[in-house]
Design a protein around this ligand. Structure first.
Ligand SMILES: [Zn+2]
Length: 53
């Protein structure tokens, strides 16, 4: 296997990873927080009050 001639810059690395690291809000993965009733991602702690059942 060949080795990259130059180290990829921080910008290049982050640009490549950005696509997959991002959690998108879709109809299928959102729900309302039972504590403060704000919209939050399923299986994630509420970003507003930090509540997680
Ligand atoms: Zn909440």
């Amino acid at each position: 296997m060949s080795v990259p001639a130059k180290k990829a810059s921080r910008t290049q690395t982050r640009a490549r990873r950005k696509t997959n690291m991002k959690i998108k809000f879709t109809k299928d993965n959102i729900e309302n927080c039972p504590k403060c009733n704000k919209v939050k991602l399923q299986h994630r702690a509420c970003s507003y009050c930090g509540y997680y059942k």
